[in-house]
Structure formats: C-alpha cells, structure tokens
Design a protein around this ligand. Structure first.
Ligand SMILES: Cc1cc2nc3c(=O)[nH]c(=O)nc-3n(C[C@H](O)[C@H](O)[C@H](O)COP(=O)(O)OP(=O)(O)OC[C@H]3O[C@@H](n4cnc5c(N)ncnc54)[C@H](O)[C@@H]3O)c2cc1C
Length: 386
C-alpha cells in the first residue's frame, strides 16, 4: 500500500518511520494476515496479538503510564496502523484497536498498580480487552442503559445484559458501563472493570455477523466485583465512553480509508486488464469517471481523518466534532467506493471470496458501530450550532 503521507502536512518523521516499519511487518506476516476464521477466534487472536505486540505496534494503542501521569496515545499513529491493517485484514485491525478501545476508561484509574498491570498485560497481548456499552434496549441511546451496579459493602453487584460486544468470549476483561443512579440518564452511569471469569457473568460468544468478527453477549446476574473496580468515579461512565470515542472515532475513519484504498487498488488492476468492446475498461469514459469519483472520495476521507487525528494530537482538548466528521465522512465514502469496486468487477464482485466482496461485507458495520452515521450528525450539528 502506498500512502503518500509525505505529501500531507499532518505528519512528523516518526510517522514516516512507522509507515515503513508497518510495510516490513506486513510483508513478513502475510500468513497470519491471510487467515480469515469465521468463528472460534481465540487462537487467531492470540497469534495476531502476539505478533502485533512483538513488533511494538500495541505500544501505539496503549498509553505509557507513570504514577499519575498518562501520556495520551498518538492518534495519527493509531490511524496509520489501522489504515494499513484494514488494507490487509479487518480482523487484524479489530485485534489491534480493541486493546486500546477496550481499556481507555481505565487509563486514568486512581489505582495505578491495577491500571499498570492491566495495561502492561494488554500491551503484551497476554490479556484481551473489550468494552461493553450496548444493551438490547440501549444502543445509540447509551444514556438509557439499564444494567445496574449497586454498591454493597466493598463490592458492586451488577445485573443486566449487554449485546453486540466485540471480543465477547475471547476477552479476559470487560469495561462495563452500568447504572449507579447518581442522577437520571447519562449522569447516573459509571464504568467498571470486570474480569471475564467473575462469577455471575455469563458470556454467549460468536454471534455470526455479515463479515467475520468476534462478537457476543454478556449477562450479569448478581455479578459481584470489588468496589475499587469502578473507573473514574461514580456518575462519570458516560463521559468516559464519549472521551474514548473522541480518541478512537477518527481511527474508524482511518480503517475505512484503508479498505477504500484496497478496493481502489484492486479495481485499478482489474479495469486495466479486463477487455470489453475491443478495449480495456480503463479506456472507457464512464469507467474513468467512476475511478475519478472513487479517488476523490478516498483522498477527501483521508484528509478528514488525518485532520481530526492531527487536531487531537497537536491542538489537544475535546475534538468531538472533528472526530465525528472524520468517522461519518470516511465510513460513508468507503461504502460508496467499495460499492463502485464491486460494480466494476461485475459477477466477480459479488462472488463469495473475492477481495472486493469481502470488503463490501467488512465495511458495512463501520457505519453502525461507535455511533451510527446519524449519531455523528447529531454530534456535528450540536457542536456547529453551539
Ligand atoms: C460489528 C459490531 C461491533 C460492535 N462492537 C461493540 C462493542 O465492542 N461494544 C459495544 O458496547 N457495542 C458494540 N457494538 C454495538 C454498536 O455500538 C451498536 O450497534 C450501535 O451503537 C447502534 O445501536 P443499536 O444496534 O442498538 O441500534 P439502534 O440504537 O436501535 O439504532 C438503529 C438505527 O437508528 C438510527 N439512529 C440512531 N440514532 C439516531 C438519531 N439520533 N437520529 C436518527 N436516526 C438514528 C441509525 O440508523 C441506527 O443505525 C457493535 C456493533 C457491531 C455491528
């Protein structure tokens, strides 16, 4: 994959070095990147995380912590890595990003020993992380979550259900947002760290999705966890979830850009070689127009993604609007680019197992998770009108 990062103003020399290192790692790891398990994701996850960790890539998605200080991750680096990974494999990308997304509310935890131990084991790929927000009756509207966490002596007791949880069944730990009731709605939610083997937690793994993705449901029945496992104080769970999204939403956009770039490369090779009506497809005006549209969409999406990542890294503060714009624009654009790729491939584009067919299935959920496109529009409009 070639990025042309040097042509954009958002990067430092460390990013160019990272991009080169990624390319070398990809060449050396084609075997595992080529694996596409449909279920029983555990062995794949361990192997992939071991390799990502050994190469030092998980360092980018988990912060360096020392005492009270936690260095925030470099969002541009996370985006570069995700873009490169989805070019090869959405599953590899999932393994990478969930280690960060599934620990982010823990990064500011007051118990530094616990925080550091979990982060280190996650960085080494020895523990698999997950985050559980969504419930059967609370997806886009997280503020209406009904799972409860009641303080009882030196424990919290959790009851309720979570669904569509990535890594359910293979994760060692879940960050769970549950209602502690300080206030109605969003301000009555708190985040907790729950070990996968805690009694009272039942996991139903491997809900089959449109494209292979480790995912399942959690059920809490009088699930007792230490009171110390509350993260960031009672009533701050919703805020922690939104701050996590601010960091990671641009990177969903980056993942979409990687998929769009792959679809572009596959399509360019195809239209240059496929002949019809006495010429190659690439010589036909209407095909060229489609290629032009795909190029503009992909490059515009990349600009939006790296602008948001740069704003997060360099300007600092909350970048909710930029992050939402990056996620919205890039995932919608990638959907259109990949759809065009499928169209230009003809029958081969919808044949099970072709690269563009796989991308067509892989890209669809990106417009739904971490806030559906409509939710991003709410975030953008509110910030703009403010
Ligand atoms: C592959 C995958 C992985 C996931 N991983 C996780 C995970 O690790 N952890 C986790 O907690 N959750 C996860 N989810 C769940 C995901 O976050 C939810 O699916 C998402 O938030 C949408 O919630 P919902 O499915 O309940 O849909 P609903 O909330 O019922 O929304 C349905 C649709 O309503 C529309 N809509 C929503 N809000 C508005 C609005 N304000 N205005 C107009 N229309 C609107 C959108 O089109 C939306 O798609 C995952 C989902 C998928 C598909």
């Amino acid at each position: 994959m070639s990025w042309g990062l040097q042509n954009l103003p958002f990067f430092d020399s460390q990013h160019f070095t990272l991009a080169e290192k990624l390319q070398r790692w990809i060449e050396a790891n084609r075997d595992i990147l080529g694996q596409h398990p449909e279920s029983n994701f555990g062995p794949y996850a361990k192997e992939m995380l071991g390799s990502l960790s050994a190469a030092g890539f998980l360092d980018y998605v988990l912060p360096k912590a020392s005492g009270a200080d936690v260095a925030p991750p470099d969002v541009r680096s996370i985006c570069i890595i995700r873009e490169a990974l989805t070019y090869e494999s959405f599953l590899a990308d999932n393994m990478f990003v969930m280690q960060g997304l599934g620990t982010a509310p823990l990064w500011q935890h007051h118990d530094h020993a616990m925080r550091d131990a979990v982060i280190e084991a996650t960085r080494q790929g020895k523990r698999i992380a997950a985050i559980a927000l969504t419930e059967p009756d609370a997806g886009s509207d997280l503020a209406s979550a009904q799972t409860t966490a009641d303080l009882d002596g030196d424990s919290y007791v959790l009851n309720g259900e979570k669904c569509w949880i990535t890594n359910a069944g293979i994760a060692d730990q879940y960050i769970v947002v549950a209602r502690t009731g300080e206030a109605p709605g969003a301000r009555g939610l708190s985040a907790f760290m729950v070990d996968a083997d805690t009694p009272g937690l039942t996991i139903t793994p491997d809900v089959p999705m449109i494209a292979p993705h480790p995912l399942g449901s959690l059920k809490f029945e009088n699930c007792r966890i230490p009171a110390n496992n509350i993260l960031g104080g009672a009533g701050t769970g919703f805020k922690a979830a939104m701050a996590t999204f601010d960091v990671f939403r641009p990177s969903v956009g980056a993942a979409a850009v990687g998929a769009a770039r792959r679809a572009m490369d596959e399509t360019i090779a195809r239209v240059k070689s496929r002949r019809m009506f006495g010429k190659t497809m690439s010589e036909m005006d209407t095909v060229q127009a489609k290629i032009a549209d795909m190029t503009v969409e992909t490059e515009a999406a990349a600009l939006m993604v790296y602008r948001a990542a740069w704003a997060s890294d360099v300007l600092g503060g909350r970048v909710s609007r930029e992050s939402a714009m990056a996620k919205l624009m890039a995932t919608e654009a990638a959907g259109r680019v990949i759809d065009s790729a499928v169209q230009l491939f003809g029958g081969l584009g919808v044949a099970r197992g072709s690269v563009v067919e796989q991308l067509y299935r892989d890209i669809r959920p990106t417009r739904i998770y971490e806030g559906a496109s409509e939710v991003q529009k709410v975030v953008i409009a509110r910030a703009t009108l403010r």
